[in-house]
Every structure is written in structure tokens, then in C-alpha cells.
Design a binder for this molecule. Structure first.
Ligand code: CP3
Length: 330
């Protein structure tokens, strides 16, 4: 069973914290191909994962569309929340000159090229982007929030502008992922981290619809590249999500039993996940039990071992070693 870990390059690693300090700001690190390549490789060197995920962030997309994006210590991302008029202006700007969007992301594409030549052939290189809904929650709300109320409110009050924004993000993200694939990404993951705050109708319209549009656009250009869809918090809708978006693989958060997840998707579909990231902060017994349950629940079916969300800065390096050893021991 292949294994990698969401946020495997991050603050729980001393070597990451060192390079991060050297880079300046977090965004400086994302746009520095040499250092972004270095932090991507750090967890591969230390742990020997089977998958390596490009080091970048989902918010480089709104940044490339012309919205200001900052990362503040202890807060996370901070963007100036956009009005309906400002959103329309960003969309018009993108449509009149999409190459400007591409140029802004050139350093990230260079990181992918460097990674492909630095990584051993047997390590899968994963590209990624945020799903339109999750990226839009930051563009409209200005920062992370527990329930994405600002974006849900905006979608209800300005439905046409919001649909246009999601369509624009889907189109821009297809351009971006397509370039990552051409530069050497073997597979791509679409993160819908805030899918769990949507109503059933909202989930269909704002998560499933735009991701399906992206899958169609990517398939037309890169028929053989696997696409992983991760609708965090929406495990109740895993079956329809996998069928209607057309993705090849689905990410599982830690709220669902793997066997229950497997019963909702075809046997040929790949599942990925779903160890609770908090298990990386506690003792070995609970982790072992969760790994064993994941392996039993997916026995004989295609599953990629991973966490159910990113490892947190207080994740323990010993626990990561234990996770890998237990998966590899079968
Ligand atoms: O190793 C990897 O997984 C690749 C790198 C990666 C990062 N962000 C680096 C990062 C990936 C795939 C992301 C995706 C991302 N970014 C998502 C989707 C996945 C998820 O976590 O739900 C989201 C919602 C974001 C937006 C974002 N970026 C937030 C909310 C934060 C702050 C939270 C935090 O952990 O501080 C970030 C910052 C961020 N992105 C860090 C890293 C390593 C930490 C910042 C730092 O080093 O100072």
C-alpha cells in the first residue's frame, strides 16, 4: 500500500522551520523554486514516502488572479474580502489576459520541473490546487472561519456573481493543474477542505459542479493523469461525489470507517486516507489500532495510506516513523 501524508512538508519538521526562516515570508517560500523544491524533498529524504506533494499553497491562485494574499503568524491567510463588483473585475481581468495569471505562477511550475528531475522515478509527484468552493471561501470571507458563513451568505445573496466566480476559478485551476502535469506531476489532488459546511443543494452546486467541470477540462488534455478529489467533511456524500465529479480517487477524512467508505464507491476506485492527524500527537497504541483498522477496511482494494487531513505542527516525528513502519509491515 503506497503511503504519503498531507502537509508532510511543514512546521513539525525542524529542517522545514529552518528553510522557512531563510526564505522570509511563507509566500516567498512558495515562489522560490530552489527552496520550495528543498522543502518538498525534506520529508522524502527523512521518511522515504512513496508520494511527494509539491510545496505551494491553494491561495496562490487568488493571488495570481490579482487579489492581495498575506500569511500572518498565528492567524493564517488574510485576504481583503471582495465585493461583488471587485469579483467581477477579477473575472474580467482573467478573461482578457489569462497569460498574466500563468506568468504569476511560473515559479511554481519551475518547482515542479525541478522536483521531477530531483525525485527518484518510483516516487509519485503530486500536484494540487484548491477546489473552487474552498478557494472562494477565502476570497469572499478574507480568512479561515469555522463555518464559512461569509461565503455561504454571499452565495445566497449574489448567486450569479458567485457562480461566475466558481466557473472562473475552475477554468484558472485547470490551466494551472494542466501546466503542473506538463511539467512532471504524475497525479493531481483537488482540495475541497470546506466542503463540509455546505447544504446538500449547495454541495451539489458549489463543490460537485465545479470539480466535475475541472475533471472534464483536465481529462480533455491529460487523459491518463489520475485526479484525487478530497471533499473534507462531506463523507456522507462520498458515493455521489465520486460518481458525479468523475475523479479517479477520493480522499477520506477521519470521520468515516474505511470499510463504510469502500462500500460507497466502486471496487476500482482508489481511496486515500484516513488516519486522524491528532494520532500523530499522542502515544503509539491508538495510532496502531487506527492503522490496523484502515488496512483491514481496505483489504484487497486500492487504497493509499495517508492522514485524514494535514499533520499539525505538534505532530511527532516518532509517530510518523511508526505509521510508515506499521503500514509497510502489512
Ligand atoms: O506538504 C504539503 O501538503 C504541501 C503543501 C501545502 C500547504 N498548503 C503548505 C502550507 C498544501 C497542499 C496546502 C493546501 C492548503 N492551504 C489547503 C488545503 C488543505 C487543507 O489543509 O485543508 C488550505 C485550506 C490552505 C490554506 C492555508 N495555508 C491555511 C488555512 C494555512 C494556515 C494554517 C496553518 O497551518 O498555519 C496555510 C499555511 C500553510 N500552507 C503552511 C504550510 C506548510 C503553514 C505556514 C507556515 O509555514 O508558516
Amino acid at each position: 500500500m503506497p503511503i504519503w501524508m498531507m502537509r508532510q512538508a511543514g512546521r513539525y519538521l525542524p529542517e522545514y522551520r529552518k528553510t522557512r526562516a531563510q526564505a522570509g515570508s511563507f509566500l516567498d517560500l512558495c515562489y522560490n523554486p530552489e527552496l520550495a523544491c528543498e522543502v518538498t524533498l525534506q520529508p522524502i529524504r527523512r521518511f522515504g514516502f512513496d508520494g511527494s506533494i509539491l510545496f505551494s499553497d491553494i491561495l496562490v491562485v487568488p493571488h495570481a488572479l490579482g487579489q492581495d494574499v498575506r500569511f500572518e503568524e498565528g492567524i493564517g491567510p488574510v485576504l481583503p474580502p471582495l465585493s461583488a463588483g471587485e469579483i467581477d473585475a477579477l473575472i474580467v481581468g482573467f478573461e482578457s489576459d489569462p497569460e498574466r495569471f500563468d506568468r504569476h505562477l511560473d515559479p511554481v511550475i519551475e518547482t515542479v520541473e525541478r522536483l521531477r528531475s530531483a525525485l527518484p522515478d518510483e516516487v509519485t509527484l503530486l500536484g494540487f490546487c484548491g477546489a473552487p468552493w474552498t478557494v472562494a471561501t477565502y476570497m469572499v470571507g478574507g480568512r479561515g472561519s469555522p463555518d464559512q458563513a461569509a461565503a455561504r451568505k454571499f452565495a445566497l445573496n449574489e448567486p450569479d456573481v458567485f457562480d461566475r466566480l466558481l466557473h472562473c476559478l475552475a477554468e484558472a485551476s485547470v490551466r494551472y493543474l494542466s501546466r503542473q502535469i506538463s511539467a512532471g506531476a504524475d497525479a493531481v489532488q483537488i482540495f475541497d477542505s470546506w466542503a463540509g459546511s455546505l447544504s446538500p443543494a449547495g454541495f451539489q452546486r458549489y463543490s460537485v459542479g465545479p470539480i466535475a467541470e475541472m475533471v472534464e477540462g483536465l481529462r480533455a488534455r491529460h487523459a491518463g493523469t489520475p485526479i484525487i478529489g478530497f471533499a473534507k467533511g462531506a463523507m456522507h456524500a462520498l458515493g455521489p461525489f465520486s460518481a458525479k465529479t468523475g475523479v479517479n480517487a477520493v480522499g477520506l477524512d477521519w470521520t468515516i470507517d474505511v470499510a463504510a467508505a469502500r462500500s460507497q464507491v466502486p471496487d476500482t476506485m482508489v481511496t486515500q486516507g484516513n488516519i486522524d492527524p491528532q494520532l500523530m500527537t499522542a502515544g503509539p497504541d491508538a495510532l496502531d489500532a487506527a492503522v490496523d483498522a484502515m488496512m483491514r477496511g481496505s483489504e484487497g482494494l486500492p487504497h493509499v495510506a495517508n492522514l485524514g487531513h494535514g499533520i499539525t505542527p505538534d505532530g511527532q516525528i516518532d509517530q510518523v516513523h511508526r505509521f510508515i513502519e506499521r503500514v509497510r509491515a502489512g
